[in-house]
Design a protein around this ligand. Structure first.
Ligand SMILES: [Zn+2]
Length: 462
């Protein structure tokens, strides 16, 4: 088309160039980030409701391929099992109409210490990858594992997944973090720059593998797993079980047993509080929200409200509460417990239902390791004496007694305690017992660290 412009010259009007936007096939309402194949099961009853009846878009990310769990179905092991479990995980999601499934590069790390997992995975590279997936999928809410230490399965990979998600939740909105992901396209080097946009997800919810699930009641929204899906005419638990039955390398006998059960028997199993896979109702543990609202609000309440500027300030305020301002010298628990004490306020988790006393479950007869940190005067070496109080029959090993520490402001220490092997009967009656380490400098008390320890028939290594 030729038009006359105001100065009388004829020019060719340029059709505007359309710049392409984000690919809507990857936008989700809920991103589930699960540690291992089958851990999506923490959230599948809700995912079934969200996909089929709330018409929400859901995608799943797995931290590992599940290569180290035993194959109960056939002879393949190690990397071959990882290849099988990737397919099983995709199938489990596909059974709930969830097509978009990604895997991080974490390696299965069987221990209770999230720090072992983060080390073995390559923390930085996986954080970058997850941040990129959040910027690609632009989730409104994220469901993941509770980053906390509890008596229970307490799997380090589960906890590490919760930590990575927390970090990525906060970092994905910051354009200076992994900037190549948000850099615009480059003509000659297109392969390097992602042209994603920064993204702030609005809320995080957790599932926990703690033995005591009662402690999470009232800490987030609840939903009914027994509710019948109006569109599928099946209860949500049933849809979730049908999804889980894709994990044949993990529990083939259970899958065969379930496949033979009548609808009535399945119903009976789900209603049995000792056998049900999910509690009724189920609680989604509230982590945090950047759009306000109460922890127990509906998952999608306030989701389109503006992001609160006070959010960042609240995180800082929460941090200052955690500043105990205790005098030096002082002994405190180290390892995961010290890490979480610093991690929660840093990421604005002011309301998490964490256990008041540090706790852990270990195998009876194994050696308990009590990680400690002694804060002291950086100017000179110090002699500290550690005394350990244990339940009767437990034996204090390495790490206790007088120790000469170097001139530094904090020194990491480790005390070993041998625990007794217990009979099956004793194990049934076992309750958490306190191990207390006290520090003395020049005969004066210099703090104490306590850990409640439950001896169990089996447990992941510490
Ligand atoms: Zn797992």
């Amino acid at each position: 088309m030729v038009v006359a412009c105001s100065v009388g010259m004829a020019v060719r009007a340029q059709a505007p160039q359309v710049i392409k936007g984000a690919d809507e096939r990857y936008k989700v309402d809920i991103l589930i980030v699960a540690a291992h194949p089958d851990d999506e099961g923490f959230f599948t009853p809700y995912a079934a409701k969200a996909v089929y009846d709330l018409h929400k878009r859901v995608a799943v990310v797995f931290s590992t391929h599940g290569e180290s769990g035993k194959n109960h179905n056939s002879r393949e092991r190690g990397p071959a099992v990882a290849n099988e479990r990737e397919i099983e995980a995709r199938e489990a999601c596909a059974r709930l109409n969830i097509a978009n499934v990604w895997f991080l590069d974490g390696k299965d790390t069987p221990s209770q210490d999230l720090l072992n997992s983060l080390s073995n995975w390559g923390h930085g590279a996986n954080l970058e990858k997850l941040t990129g997936i959040i910027r690609l999928t632009r989730p409104e809410v994220i469901f993941t594992h509770f980053p906390g230490a509890f008596i229970g399965e307490n799997h380090g990979d589960h906890q590490a997944t919760g930590v990575l998600v927390t970090e990525a939740f906060d970092l994905a909105a910051d354009p200076t973090v992994f900037p190549s992901q948000v850099a615009g396209p480059s003509k000659d080097r297109e392969v390097f720059l992602s042209n994603l946009r920064p993204w702030q997800a609005k809320k995080i919810y957790f599932g926990s593998d703690a033995s005591n699930q009662k402690q999470f009641e009232g800490t987030g929204p609840t939903y009914s797993v027994r509710e019948v899906s109006p569109s599928q005419n099946k209860p949500y638990w049933r849809l979730a079980i049908e999804s889980a039955m894709a994990h044949r390398t993990q529990f083939p006998e259970e899958i065969d047993r379930l496949a033979k059960m009548s609808d009535a028997d399945l119903e009976k199993m789900m209603n049995d509080p000792n056998d049900g896979w999910w509690s009724e109702p189920s609680t989604l543990i509230f982590g945090k929200s950047v759009v306000g609202g109460k922890p127990t609000d509906n998952v999608f309440a306030h989701i389109h409200d503006p992001i609160q500027k006070e959010y960042a300030e609240a995180a800082i305020a929460c941090g200052s509460q955690a500043d105990r301002g205790e005098k030096l010298p002082r002994l405190e628990l180290g390892g995961p417990w010290k890490y979480y004490a610093e991690f929660y306020p840093k990421h604005g988790y002011c309301q998490l239902p964490v256990s008041k006393e540090a706790e852990i479950g270990i195998k009876a007869g194994s050696t308990l390791m009590v990680p400690l940190v002694f804060q002291h005067d950086a100017a000179k070496p110090v002699t500290v004496t550690l005394k350990v109080n244990t339940p009767e029959g437990w034996k204090v090993g390495e790490g206790a007694g007088p120790l000469v520490l170097p001139a530094e402001d904090s020194t990491a220490l480790l005390v070993h305690v041998d625990t007794p092997a217990l009979s099956a009967n004793e194990l049934k009656k076992a309750v958490p017992e306190e191990v207390r380490v006290t520090a003395e400098v020049e005969g004066k008390p210099a703090g104490e660290a306590k850990l409640n320890v439950l001896l169990r028939p089996s447990a992941q290594a510490q």
